[in-house]
Design a protein around this ligand. Structure first.
Ligand SMILES: *[C@@H]1O[C@H](CO)[C@@H](O)[C@H](O)[C@H]1NC(C)=O
Ligand SMILES: *[C@@H]1O[C@H](CO)[C@@H](O)[C@H](O)[C@H]1NC(C)=O
Ligand SMILES: *[C@@H]1O[C@H](CO)[C@@H](O)[C@H](O)[C@H]1NC(C)=O
Ligand SMILES: *[C@@H]1O[C@H](CO)[C@@H](O)[C@H](O)[C@H]1NC(C)=O
Length: 233
């Protein structure tokens, strides 16, 4: 009798456990406070332009982030190693030579939990995976991938109607919004002949920066007076 009761008790216990387990998928693990989100999760960048990794993170409540670190992952092996640092917000000299001048955080206030980063003057070997970490605390395991392709974006040229002998202002804006090296914009004039003349006078190269000077668009204006006689096109 006693054995029977035990058996019944065990059975009901087992049943309850199996019943309880059913609706709880995934199993009740406490969610990690350390999360990172990339939007988008993959980035395609063009050579010579810039890439922006847009990213937010969360961390344990009792932790105060002091510095942000981005790593470029090698093909094989661990990512969060000193030799893979591309930006270190506390000790900038720790970044690899090839990245030092090219990488900036979009948001330097870590309490904003914004890990977005911009890489300027994209090169072929910037393709690969990147990982974010907080100094002496945590490296987020999720990685973000950058693919690099050839430059396809074209400059845009704004041309008003041109009239012989009347000055006009033309504007050429380079593609991309990078704060990297300014582009080389040249204006040339070809009349009816085959001669191509470079116009250096009356051109200005300017840039438009956002408040943080992280994004910059470069443009050149030309004040040009189309020559009279039959040389206009
Ligand atoms: C991160 O910060 C930058 C610069 O302040 C801002 O432009 C961007 O929208 C922020 N991203 C998110 C996801 O909040
Ligand atoms: C810009 O282009 C002009 C004309 O082709 C050239 O003389 C000059 O060296 C170029 N400058 C740079 C920085 O590439
Ligand atoms: C083109 O250039 C050549 C050599 O500089 C010059 O002799 C010729 O007159 C030019 N032609 C025109 C149409 O400007
Ligand atoms: C340069 O600009 C000045 C004044 O805007 C104008 O008089 C001159 O003709 C321009 N030069 C050229 C080569 O267009």
């Amino acid at each position: 009798m006693w054995v029977l009761i035990w058996a019944a008790l065990l059975l009901s216990l087992t049943e309850r456990t199996t019943c309880n387990k059913q609706p709880q998928t995934p199993p009740p693990t406490t969610a990690s406070p350390w999360t990172i989100t990339f939007s988008p999760a993959e980035i395609t960048a063009e050579k010579g332009l810039c890439a922006v990794i847009s990213c937010t993170f969360s961390h344990a409540e009792n932790f105060n982030p002091t510095a942000a670190i981005w790593f470029k992952c090698p093909e094989n092996g661990k990512c969060d190693q000193d030799e893979n640092v591309i930006i270190h917000s506390e000790t900038p000299s720790k970044a690899q030579e090839g990245y030092k001048q090219r990488v900036s955080l979009l948001e330097t206030d870590l309490t904003k939990k914004n890990c977005s980063v911009i890489i300027n003057n994209i090169r072929k070997n910037d393709a690969g995976e990147y990982q974010f970490g907080l100094l002496s605390a945590y490296t987020y395991s999720k990685k973000v991938k950058i693919t690099v392709r050839a430059l396809t974006q074209k400059p845009s040229v704004l041309t008003p109607p041109l009239t012989e002998g009347e000055p006009a202002t033309l504007t050429c804006t380079a593609p991309g919004i990078c704060s990297g090296t300014p582009p080389n914009i040249t204006w040339t004039w070809r009349g009816t002949g085959d001669n191509i003349t470079e116009l250096r006078d009356n051109t200005t190269i300017q840039k438009r920066e956002d408040l943080t000077s992280v994004t910059t668009s470069h443009f050149s204006t030309l004040t040009f007076t189309p020559p009279q006689l039959s040389t206009t096109t």
